[in-house]
Design a protein around this ligand. Structure first.
Ligand SMILES: [Zn+2]
Length: 417
């Protein structure tokens, strides 16, 4: 790969102070490493070689002759690529009819009781072939990439049988994209209609599915929907114990509809991330913080499903790290544009703009345990970055995701424009 340098950057966000301090909570503007009138150089391995600002005087622009490619950012904003740490990208079927039900006031639970929701998607996904699921996932990933997402987490959870959960994870693995992908087995997403009992279903997923996922190396993570009426903390204990024994990391859908004790489960099992948290108690958030888990907010789901927003400002004030993700899925959130989700979070979760920006970059990387190479533009990090149409971070944040990035780069290569 040729060495290259991006010059004439109006504003460059590096997140380098966060990397140096390993800081993930109560993030302020000064933590983002914002440089004006800057340059960014990339080595032949697609990693950040260096950066600087012609304003600071201490980091002169290198000799351009030593680079094979010189890219003019024309005064634009350059940021790290976005990290979407919670998505459901593999599914079949169309739930637009539920949009009409919800627009008439139906709740998540009412839609599910009428035969819709996850169960509908499970029926459709079971009918789909591996290649159909792979192809539709690729189309979604391409869209996500165009919106600036360079690293993505992808969950299963619409198969709910050994065969179909494996098929979904195989599709996620086979889907071709330049994005960094990390897969999660979300076997305990819902109880399928054909299960003999909740207990027998959990046993099958725990004893049969998890070892097979491990054997085929299909996922890094295990997840469960811990919620009253779905899976209670006591239900998920054997599943997470087995997952840990097999070497999976843990992520949890926690306290979306009620305080079910899911935060404590996340803390007890050393989860990397507890997600949703509309009803997480202070005690629960404190438990997450002490255990080192990231609180992941999913404001798109609150918007699309007309449910309350998690109190991001309060979680931030308690000192818990905050990531922000799309939760893109066929029913409760159809927005995958993470820049739009980011601005919604600032407005509706009341997260500070600086913490919110870190939430879709550096802290998102921490929640996926890829923070040693992703989520910042520090020296030696993967050159995953975006050249925006906007000139500054405030201008971009206030645009509600309008105007996709002018170009998207992964490991030093332009992959979308
Ligand atoms: Zn989810």
């Amino acid at each position: 790969m040729s060495k290259k340098i991006i010059i004439n950057i109006g504003q460059l966000i590096t997140n380098s102070p966060l990397v140096e301090a390993k800081k993930t909570s109560q993030i302020q503007k000064d933590d983002l490493g914002i440089l004006e009138d800057a340059w960014l150089s990339i080595d032949q391995n697609g990693r950040v070689e260096g950066y600087g600002s012609s304003k600071s005087g201490d980091a002169k622009t290198p000799n351009l002759n030593s680079y094979q490619e010189v890219i003019d950012a024309r005064g634009s904003l350059v940021t790290p690529g976005l990290i979407d740490s919670h998505t459901h990208m593999v599914f079949a079927g169309d739930r637009s009819h539920e949009f009409l039900q919800k627009s008439a006031g139906a709740t998540y639970q009412e839609v599910a009781a009428a035969g819709g929701g996850i169960k509908y998607t499970v029926r459709e996904t079971r009918k789909a072939s591996l290649s159909e699921l792979t192809k539709s996932c690729e189309v979604r990933l391409q869209n996500s990439l165009r919106s600036g997402v360079t690293s993505i987490e992808i969950k299963s959870g619409y198969g709910l049988s050994v065969h179909d959960e494996l098929k979904i994870l195989q599709a996620a693995n086979q889907a071709v994209t330049p994005q960094h992908k990390s897969m999660t087995c979300l076997a305990l997403h819902d109880i399928p209609e054909d299960a003999d009992s909740k207990t027998s279903f959990i046993r099958e997923m725990t004893e049969q599915l998890l070892p097979e996922v491990k054997k085929q190396n299909l996922a890094d993570w295990c997840d469960a929907f811990v919620e009253k009426g779905y899976f209670e903390p006591s239900d998920v204990t054997p599943y997470f114990e087995k997952a840990k024994k097999l070497g999976f990391g843990i992520r949890i859908h926690a306290d979306e509809f009620s305080d079910s004790g899911a935060c404590q489960v996340a803390a007890d099992f050393g989860a990397a991330s507890a997600d949703h948290l509309q009803h997480g108690s202070d005690m629960g958030i404190e438990a997450l913080k002490s255990s080192g888990a990231v609180a992941t907010l999913l404001p798109g789901t609150s918007l699309c499903s007309n449910i309350k927003y998690s109190n991001g400002a309060h979680i931030e004030s308690l000192g818990c790290p905050i990531a922000i993700a799309s939760d893109f899925n066929p029913g409760s959130c159809q927005i995958m544009n993470l820049a739009k989700i980011l601005t919604i979070s600032i407005f509706s979760n009341k997260v500070s703009p600086w913490a919110a920006f870190a939430g879709v970059t550096w802290v998102g990387a921490n929640s996926m345990k890829i923070q040693k190479s992703k989520g910042a533009l520090a020296a030696g990090y993967d050159a995953d970055f975006l050249i925006h149409e906007h000139k500054s971070l405030p201008e971009w944040l206030s645009s509600w995701g309008e105007f996709l990035p002018r170009s998207v780069w992964v490991q030093g290569l332009q992959v979308s424009s």
